[in-house]
Ligand binder design. Structure first.
Ligand code: PHE
Length: 371
């Protein structure tokens, strides 16, 4: 018998733990992949320096999915069938984690996505986990922040209709905002390939909203911010979700985005001991650069996986799966992680504000934010 349980046997007999990581090292979301890789490598160096789980080092096999869901499917298949990995890390974008997760689950190899937040990614897939909160929580918290804290009740929505994450988070936000008595004055959808947003921005401007909720990725938000400014709409009028969280956003549109808020997993100045420790280690390792939320999440997911491999009752993918499922009180750089019965993480949500072209901690919501 070559397939199925064979991957578990080869992992147990080898002198190292082979773990697959599929990331977007090229294509439209390159920043997601490169930041993930840095976070994973930092964690693995640390883990292996300490001897590795059960005294064996972890070896990460990286695969570039080119920012495409179809490639995510292929790469996960390769990592399992060709490389016989014991577990898989990836991806950032929910659309690619869903694609990869379908394969991992079918092949019964545990997968942890560090930061994909769409509920579908883990739903009904017993081998698929995430180290982050889900978008039903993120959308709800975002709406509460807008309505209750910023006191904005006339809201515009702007999102990518053909992206799983963007349209999903827009839906969750809309539902909660309406419940809180806010009005969605206009809703504009664009396709991911769009580069000219001026018409959308002008229509939104005419609808006279107090705030524009834009749950989109950084690579769309940067041109939107610049085009909005040219149309007389300041970046501070936008509110986002974790998809904004790549340093490219402040590099490319930091000035335009001054004052804007978004919900995320982490901020470089988040006042928690484990986070501070991570920021120092990351800076020391990567030439003084500040880590993104994606790097922090990748670091946490890798350490969480190593912890589970070490606790697993056998050296098999099934036993590692069970150990991940039992994770409680894991001390991460992004807060304390409890894996719940649906394989999602119960985690604090961080509200980040863009100030002086930097991501700065504003507040944390959720039950288990460190004191
Ligand atoms: N949560 C986003 C998704 O599910 C991915 C993301 C996480 C992007 C963190 C940026 C930062 O698609």
């Amino acid at each position: 018998g070559a397939d199925g349980a064979g991957s578990g046997r080869s992992a147990a007999n080898a002198s190292e733990w082979k773990v697959g990581a599929y990331v977007s090292l090229s294509g439209e979301d390159t920043a997601f992949g490169t930041d993930s890789k840095e976070g994973i490598e930092l964690a693995v160096e640390e883990i292996n320096k300490a001897g590795g789980p059960k005294g064996k080092p972890i070896k990460i096999l990286f695969e570039d999915d080119k920012s495409k869901p179809e490639e995510a499917t292929n790469k996960v298949l390769q990592l399992i069938d060709r490389d016989h990995v014991i577990a898989i890390l990836g991806e950032v974008a929910s659309a690619r984690s869903r694609a990869g997760g379908i394969v991992a689950n079918k092949k019964k190899i545990p997968m942890i996505t560090p930061s994909s937040t769409h509920p579908d990614v883990t739903k009904d897939r017993p081998f698929v986990f995430r180290a982050c909160f889900t978008d039903d929580v993120q959308g709800r918290m975002g709406a509460r922040f807008v309505v209750n804290e910023l006191k904005k009740k006339k809201i515009a929505l702007l999102f990518a209709s053909d992206d799983l994450y963007s349209s999903g988070l827009a839906t969750e936000f809309r539902d909660e905002a309406k419940k809180l008595g806010a009005e969605i004055v206009i809703e504009k959808k664009f396709l991911k390939k769009e580069t000219n947003f001026t018409t959308y921005i002008n229509e939104i401007k005419s609808a006279n909203p107090e705030i524009i909720y834009a749950p989109i990725y950084y690579n769309a938000m940067a041109p939107i911010a610049r085009q909005a400014k040219a149309a007389g709409v300041p970046g501070s009028m936008f509110m986002g979700g974790d998809g904004w969280d790549a340093l490219e956003l402040v590099r490319d549109a930091g000035e335009e985005m001054e004052g804007a808020y978004f919900t995320s997993h982490f901020a470089p100045d988040v006042p928690w001991p484990n986070s501070k420790d991570f920021v120092e280690k990351y800076k020391a390792r990567y030439g003084g650069r500040t880590p993104s939320a994606i790097a922090a999440m990748a670091y946490d997911a890798t350490r969480l996986l190593a912890d589970a491999i070490g606790r697993a009752k056998a050296d098999t993918p099934e036993a590692v799966r069970d150990a991940i499922a039992e994770t409680k009180g894991f001390q991460g750089a992004t807060g304390t992680i409890n894996i719940d019965s649906e394989r999602n993480a119960d985690k604090p949500i961080v509200v980040v504000q863009i100030k002086n072209k930097q991501f700065t901690f504003h507040s944390a919501v959720g039950t288990n934010a460190p004191a």
